[in-house]
Design a protein around this ligand. Sequence first.
Ligand SMILES: Cc1cc2nc3c(=O)[nH]c(=O)nc-3n(C[C@H](O)[C@H](O)[C@H](O)COP(=O)(O)OP(=O)(O)OC[C@H]3O[C@@H](n4cnc5c(N)ncnc54)[C@H](O)[C@@H]3O)c2cc1C
Length: 321
Amino acid sequence: MHAEPRASRFVQRLGDGGQRRIRVSFEFFPPKTEEMEKTLWDSITRLAPLKPNFVSVTYGAGGSTRERTHSTVKRILAETALIPAAHLTCVAATCQEIDAVIRNYCTAGVRHIVALRGDPVGGIGERYAPHPGGYRNAADLVAGIKRLSDVEVSVSAYPEKHPDSPTVEADLDMLAAKVDAGAARAITQFFFENDLYFRYLDRVRARGINVPVVPGILPVQNFKQTKAFAARCGASVPDWLAERFEGLDEDAATRKLIAAAVAAEQVLDLVDRGVTDFHFYTMNRADLVYAVCHLLGLRPSHEPTALPLAVGERAGVRGVG
Ligand SMILES: Cc1cc2nc3c(=O)[nH]c(=O)nc-3n(C[C@H](O)[C@H](O)[C@H](O)COP(=O)(O)OP(=O)(O)OC[C@H]3O[C@@H](n4cnc5c(N)ncnc54)[C@H](O)[C@@H]3O)c2cc1C
């Protein structure tokens, strides 16, 4: 019997002189404790040799991690050759306060900000009310950042619509407004059905929005948590995914293997369908993401990644891989 080669043998195709280059970015959150700090830095050290396009650091709800986001970003700048992208939200702060954060980032040498509206102070599900003296939404924030600096700005995108958005059209209007204000890239909320991403991409392009829309990939470290989080942020969890994790609540080792298989299947399908850039929600853990990147054909580069940089150099834009 003659079997057709599976489509996901793309790695060999790339090896055969294909021009497509896979680019990845990694998202981390600022650690709360010393133990979490160690986990984060172990993960950064493990993932850095894969030469990501950038690594981003989230900003806690209501600006609650402002200092920790800043110090994590500063440490990345000081101790690695990675390009950090600092997340920033509009929540619970005046424009002046947010402008001060932007200036602080710029002074520290940050050249990339992920600009977000953020969730309501009371948490997801509450009605969002902009701060009276603050930026009204993410598009307003992008414009504010661009007024102060020429840093690169990325924004969010929602293949399944943001829960606050009355319609998909309203969602696309917001994405268009963010791009018109100067955003260079959109990063999607995580999703598990690739068709949702491609349907969304078609609508984005039909709306005349031409920036890269980088799929956000969440390797499922913990299915229960993922399900709860997905429900709050409007991402669907398909039945087939639940079935794959069924009965594994007490079996972390098998869960991890399944998580790797699920993430691998998702990214390989995306590559087969033309995607070259991926943003990984790492949850500050390296192993699954490292394995998936390996499958994508990325290999560690042994050029030094912990460069003691001259201060002047930090402010410059270092080569984007
Ligand atoms: C890649 C990525 C990174 C993220 N990083 C962080 C982070 O670091 N910190 C954090 O706190 N959160 C983060 N979030 C979550 C994000 O803050 C929430 O999803 C938030 O609810 C919306 O912010 P936004 O910038 O995505 O919204 P926007 O793009 O401004 O809006 C999303 C949608 O909601 C609609 N909308 C906005 N405001 C209203 C309103 N008042 N009434 C009705 N509809 C409205 C818009 O039309 C739009 O369709 C991230 C999300 C993504 C996808």
